[in-house]
Design a protein around this ligand. Structure first.
Ligand code: HEM
Length: 381
């Protein structure tokens, strides 16, 4: 038997991390009124992610490249696209990310309240992604407005509104693509390189290029902003951690710490699947054609794997960390996200003597279906 969660319990202002902590020990699989089977335990989420034949990614009515594809078609797109996100391809962008982060931090007020998710995370996400993709600075305002609308639509859970937001994003992308010429050369900007990607000797269809760009930016601008909020909150609320990182740590150590902070509080909450046949998960019978959600936030806090989910153990927990997923759909943007978040954390530490929580304003948690912090007011010293 699975435990039934009335849908209205979740959007009624609940913090998903706290809520799934309550549910998970008794109910490894819960079912909501949207008819989704939500997998909360680490072993079940992992099992589903590693079994794409039973847990298909074709869960949306809309074509999503590569997220919503399965099998050979999915593999072909990953093979064609992943090189654009490889460490070697990203290396040339690191100095740009460092410039973006340093100038953002330098421009922030000292001794006054700064809201870390909106004023640091979202702004950095848009500027870094635009620098990476070779997009003009003028789109910054529209992309920031779009992140806000996208949050609002996700929270409201209304299909028509979500579709409207998706269309608004496609319109921005269509403008950016206008007049561009495919260019595979290593010095070309990444958008022109994407236009030059071929599969079986053929260029990608225009609609697929738009879909790829939507998946590279649309969802992930918000994720980077929320991840930045989690990291800044941890620095400001844990002076011991901040002091340790200020002493100077290697990129490898810093990356492990950031991954672990995101494990403790994964703002990228979940991904959908649909079952291709009946399947039994720990005694819960899920029929064929069922909608399934892999709940990364919950799996990353499973006490059976991590013990106390709030205790930080960057090295020890790394092998079990599911922040970037696992299996064939594992995040291809992990290196990019890691470089961006590391660069932002370094700039913040290098550009300040201290980062403290604003005594005049309490941090606010996000509520379902979004994770992490909605607002983290801090003061830079
Ligand atoms: C901190 C930020 C990020 C987090 C936490 C994150 C997390 C994830 C996770 C958990 C998945 C697995 C999805 C699944 O199994 O269905 C995923 C997939 C994906 N991510 Fe990320 N991601 C982040 C940033 C990025 C960035 C910066 C990009 C690209 C620029 C990106 C592009 C993608 C794409 C295209 C997929 C789908 C891959 C596939 O279906 O084969 N992500 N991400």
């Amino acid at each position: 038997m699975s435990f039934h969660v009335p849908d209205d319990v979740v959007p009624a202002g609940r913090d998903l991390r706290a809520y799934t902590d309550e549910l998970r020990p008794q109910h490894p699989v819960v079912r909501n009124d949207r008819d989704e089977w939500v997998l909360l335990r680490h072993d079940l989420v992992r099992r589903a992610a590693l079994d794409p034949e039973v847990f298909s990614s074709a869960a949306s009515r809309f074509r999503q490249v590569p997220n919503g594809l399965d099998g050979a078609e999915h593999a072909a797109f990953r093979e064609a696209l992943d090189p654009l996100l490889s460490p070697a391809a990203l290396a040339r962008h690191v100095p740009e990310f460092e410039r973006v982060a340093a100038s953002l931090v330098a421009a922030l007020p000292r001794g006054a309240s700064v809201e870390a998710v909106g004023e640091i995370g979202a702004v950095f996400a848009v500027r870094a992604q635009s620098a990476w993709l070779g997009w003009p600075a003028e789109v910054e305002g529209r992309l920031l407005a779009w992140i806000g609308e996208n949050y609002a639509a996700s929270r409201a859970g209304e299909l028509a509104r979500t579709r409207h937001v998706a269309e608004a994003f496609d319109a921005i992308i269509a403008e950016i693509l206008e007049g561009r010429v495919p260019d595979p050369s290593p010095q070309a900007d990444v958008t022109d390189q994407l236009l030059a990607v071929t599969m079986g000797g053929e260029p990608l269809r225009h609609a697929d290029v738009v879909s790829v760009l939507r998946n590279w930016t649309g969802g992930d601008l918000g994720s980077i902003a929320l991840c930045a909020g989690v990291i800044v909150h941890a620095l400001a609320s844990d002076p011991g951690l901040q002091a340790r990182l200020r002493q100077g740590v290697t990129d490898g150590v810093l990356d492990h710490v950031i991954d672990e902070l995101l494990r403790r509080d994964s703002p990228f909450v979940g991904n959908r699947r649909v079952t291709t046949c009946p399947v039994d998960l720990d005694g819960v019978h899920i029929p064929a054609g069922a909608k399934v959600k892999l709940h990364w936030t919950s799996a990353n806090r499973d006490e059976q794997v991590f013990g106390d989910p709030d205790a930080l153990d960057p090295e020890g927990n790394a092998p079990h960390n599911l922040v970037y997923g696992v299996g064939k759909h594992v995040c291809p943007g992990r290196t990019l996200a890691t470089i961006e978040l590391r660069t932002l954390a370094r700039a913040l530490l290098a550009g300040t003597r201290d980062v403290v929580l604003d005594p005049a304003g309490a941090p606010a948690r996000e509520v379902a279906p979004v994770g992490g912090w909605a607002a983290v007011p801090i003061v830079l010293v």
